[in-house]
Ligand binder design. Sequence first.
Ligand code: ATP
Ligand code: MG
Length: 215
Amino acid sequence: MLKENLKLGIMGGTFDPIHYGHLVTAEAVRDKFKLDKVIFVPAGNPPHKFRRKVTDKKIRYLMTILATVTNPYFEVSTIEIDREGYTYTIDTIRELKNVYGSKSELYFITGADAILEILTWRNSNELLKLCNFVAATRPGYGQDSIKRKLDYIKKLYKKDVYEVTVPSLAISSTDIRNRVYENRPIKYLLPESVERYIEKCNLYKKGDCLNGSSI
Ligand code: ATP
Ligand code: MG
């Protein structure tokens, strides 16, 4: 039996690969809003990442499992990777509302860079109605411009957007992929299990045969 009125964090991402920026942010939001759990949702075919090849979704899913296994409050969902075609956040949120009931409270967690794109997302109006948004400040993104944009969203949609400051983690998946490609260290940027898996599968290297799901 599902407990009613669950407070759930939703952490969507490409996770190519997942890193401590994602994990620290999810844990900070869980603690701040006293969430029952945080569900990590690896993206299937995200429409906004078409400019580069994205690692096969099964591999990104596995890395997400490896990274979250030590936190009893973290779960990983296959909801997006199971879906054919492009995946849109609105479909995921609708599906999660169905599974957990209309009384569940969803907190959609995004980095500040992603919150700035909300208005361009499919059905952003409905999305803002269905869940709370939590914008984690991420280094490299101007605080003033974020504040202005959040105020604009709040006014336009008459909806609060929460802000959470996370320890300054300037970690990004792009930087990690570049480091692997250039044989530079990635130690301490992501869980060791994920680092080992990247090595084992020879990800992000030239001729990396698994890195081939072109979208
Ligand atoms: P890429 O460099 O490939 O874009 P990424 O590091 O931004 O990867 P994503 O999978 O695109 O990772 O991000 C998933 C979510 O996590 C997004 O909402 C993003 O804003 C957020 N995020 C990514 N890195 C950090 C970080 N270091 N601190 C806080 N939030 C982050
Ligand atoms: Mg990103």
